[in-house]
Design a protein around this ligand. Structure first.
Ligand SMILES: Cc1cc2nc3c(=O)[nH]c(=O)nc-3n(C[C@H](O)[C@H](O)[C@H](O)COP(=O)(O)O)c2cc1C
Length: 196
């Protein structure tokens, strides 16, 4: 394969291979009910029934200890226009900074769970900690989704409408990108002239 370089796992410096990935904000309360949040690009929906969402968090993060303690968290998605929240959430630690105050965000309590919801999102999930899977140097916190908040202007019946909001994707190395709406294209097997 010309042009393809083979790298051994131990030689890989940064793992940006599967990027871009949608980035989210994970929030949790501390024992004094102070909110904290962090950026999480290693996140994914995991199951429809039951509804599960996973966030992979290093034990080095302050948020890690908050979720271990409170056993619940929220996951929220912000449009590209609001990406400063991801820079703040991903480059400052709640151990040293009140990030919510620094960002000038309003905090609401979840509708069904005692989790922080920071204003401005287009989608947010309230999650109970279902279980933790230690994967390696990160722990996968599997959240059981108990409540969903969706901006109705953004979500049509078939999910996010690119015309409603531009999601924020992360490329690694402090670089963010969004989708190009002009590439929107629905394609089926019939278009490929494949009949099943
Ligand atoms: C865009 C972006 C995405 C990130 N994704 C993750 C992630 O998926 N998991 C993780 O453990 N850290 C991730 N980080 C790093 C944490 O967000 C960062 O260490 C943060 O300061 C932790 O905050 P805390 O100490 O208040 O919990 C990311 C950072 C950035 C900038």
């Amino acid at each position: 394969m010309t042009g393809i370089r083979f790298i051994k796992p131990e030689e890989l410096k940064k793992n940006y291979i599967a990027y871009p990935n949608t980035v989210a904000v994970v929030s949790a309360f501390d024992r004094e009910h102070r909110p904290n949040f962090m950026s999480v690009v290693w996140q994914s929906q995991l199951s429809m029934d039951p509804l599960l969402h996973g966030v992979s968090i290093s034990p080095k993060r302050y948020t890690h200890s908050l979720i271990m303690d409170s056993k619940r968290f929220s996951v929220a998605f912000y449009a590209f226009e609001a990406l400063d929240i991801y820079v703040l959430g991903g480059r400052l630690s709640g151990r040293d900074y009140d990030k919510v105050a620094t960002a000038g965000l309003d905090v609401n309590q979840g509708r069904v769970l005692d989790v922080p919801l920071l204003n401005g999102f287009y989608a947010a999930l309230e999650c109970d900690l279902d279980r933790i899977v230690t994967t390696g140097d990160h722990d996968l916190f599997i959240g059981r989704v108990r409540g969903i908040h969706l901006d109705q202007q953004v979500f049509a019946q078939d999910g996010i409408t690119p015309l409603g909001a531009r999601p924020t994707l992360y490329l690694g190395a402090n670089r963010f990108v969004t989708i190009d709406r002009s590439t929107l294209h629905a394609k089926t097997l019939e278009d490929l002239k494949i009949t099943v």
